[in-house]
Design a protein around this ligand. Structure first.
Ligand code: CTP
Length: 450
């Protein structure tokens, strides 16, 4: 008998139910992950016991989705969901069943689930229940709906995104009928909430194979959930720097950056404004003037629609805004760039630039990557040696300026900005005496001499 190593607390729950005249299995994602040799995120339990019977057996429980048969049990400060075997009745809004029916039969419960690989249950004494050959599909690396795929997707349209998401996490193919059913039912994705769509997109982007996002394009659901990105896949870039259309370049750039949410979304959306900025010159070369700004505007629209939190949105937009700003690999130019862009995001911006260049024409990337390396070394050096790159690093502050007669208000800021310009050009001038003299001279020339 194929066995699965069930954690102690879960085993306790299974034993308690099984020894009290009910039947209990672990089910769904945890069984799939164990069969794949992965560590499950959580352990879901399915049982023939009714919710009230479950509650009677465990001292600490709370009602999570009692209407749908789910009770949460707390064991050793950890929570586990126990759901009574059920059949789903009619679905409302292509998202969730409006009515459910409990059953005593695990196979009937497995039959309502999305994919064969998720419709396997494990009983510590009876072994695996796998009525839809989920193990065979796992071996074949195949995502296949239980029963008729169209029915499964019409019941719950989110499953179409789950199919793509699992394919990107597991590097599985989507079985032909299942793929076909996504193509036929794509429009139903509009019934799914933006938050749910966001969570699935996040998982795809953070996966090992984010390029599987293209399955959403092939099955035509992308046009419903990210129409701005769909346009990128139809926008060629006839330019010596580029080797792919805007969309495929962006996907390649996602692959080139570490698995971190802000960075991966930045790469996906960094050129999203290009389709509306594209012009072609007499030589047939495409240009995308102003695309940094346009991409920031469109990315904001996308992130707001997907209901991202404010901080994540701002971080992504900050990087998109500056992704295309040229920076020369000299200390002076780097300091000027840091001053405008901000120290906080500078290292991330270099990662973004690097991922962007690596996704462009391979023949031209070496020199540009070398420049990024030099810029990073210069910035390291600035950080290490505490060189002046912002107003707070100046040898004088606002109070000092007031003391020499600068009027309170925006004039103080203007003089400090001027001093920073000077110090970035000539770091040796960053001492009190020199800056005080320079501030006086500048202020008098500007305001007193008028
Ligand atoms: N399920 C389903 N249809 C859905 C969501 C879930 O049939 N739209 C079933 C599947 O059997 C799934 C189980 O409910 O395995 C648990 O769902 P969930 O915890 O959302 O996903 P997992 O499959 O566990 O995967 P992961 O935790 O990796 O997201």
């Amino acid at each position: 008998m194929e066995s699965i190593k069930v954690p102690k607390d879960v085993m306790y729950i299974l034993d308690t139910l099984n020894q009290n005249g009910y039947e209990a299995y672990v089910v769904g994602g945890c069984v799939r992950d164990c069969l794949l040799g992965k560590r499950p995120n959580d352990w879901d339990i399915a049982t023939s016991a009714m919710p009230q019977q479950v509650k009677a057996l465990f001292p600490r429980t709370y009602d999570t989705g009692i209407k749908h048969g789910t009770v949460t049990v707390i064991i050793n400060a950890k929570s586990f969901e126990i759901t009574t075997y059920r059949l789903d009745g009619k679905y409302q809004d292509h998202r969730r069943p409006s009515e459910i029916q409990f059953t005593q039969n695990i196979v009937k419960d497995l039959k309502r689930r999305d994919f064969t690989m998720n419709a396997i249950a494990y009983h510590p004494y009876k072994g695996l229940a796998d009525p839809f050959d989920g193990r065979k599909d796992i071996k074949a690396k195949l995502i296949k709906c239980v029963g008729l795929a169209g029915e499964r997707f019409r019941e719950d349209a989110l499953r179409m995104l789950r199919a793509v998401r699992f394919s990107s996490q597991l590097n599985f193919a989507i079985e032909q009928n299942t793929l076909q059913a996504i193509c036929e039912n794509g429009k139903l994705i509009t019934k799914v909430s933006q938050e749910r769509i966001r969570e699935e997109l996040n998982k795809v982007l953070l996966s090992e194979y984010p390029e599987k996002l293209l399955r959403m394009h092939e099955t035509k659901i992308l046009a419903y959930i990210l129409p701005e990105f769909e346009r990128c896949l139809h926008t060629p870039q006839n330019h010596p720097y580029h080797a792919y259309d805007v969309g495929n370049h962006s996907i390649a750039a996602v692959r080139n950056i570490e698995k971190e949410l802000v960075l991966r979304w930045t790469m996906l959306l960094h050129d999203i404004g290009k389709p509306v900025c594209r012009t072609t010159d007499e030589q047939g070369i495409d240009h995308f003037y102003g695309h940094g700004q346009q991409s920031t505007i469109l990315a904001k629209k996308v992130l707001t629609r997907l209901r991202f939190d404010k901080k994540t949105t701002e971080n992504i937009l900050g990087l998109i805004k500056w992704h295309d700003r040229p920076i020369h690999p000299t200390p002076r130019a780097v300091k000027k760039a840091v001053r405008v862009i901000g120290e906080g995001i500078f290292y991330d911006l270099l990662k973004v630039k690097e991922a962007d260049i690596k996704a462009q024409n391979p023949a031209l990337k070496e020199k540009r990557l070398e420049d990024i390396k030099v810029i990073r070394d210069i910035f390291d050096d600035i950080q290490r040696s505490g060189q002046c790159i912002s107003i707070k690093d100046l040898a004088v502050n606002g109070k000092d300026l007031l003391a020499i007669g600068v009027r309170q208000g925006k004039e103080v800021g203007m003089v400090l900005e001027k001093l920073l310009d000077i110090v970035i050009e000539s770091p040796e001038k960053n001492n009190r005496e020199t800056l005080t003299a320079l501030a006086k001279a500048f202020y008098e020339r500007l305001y007193m001499g008028r």
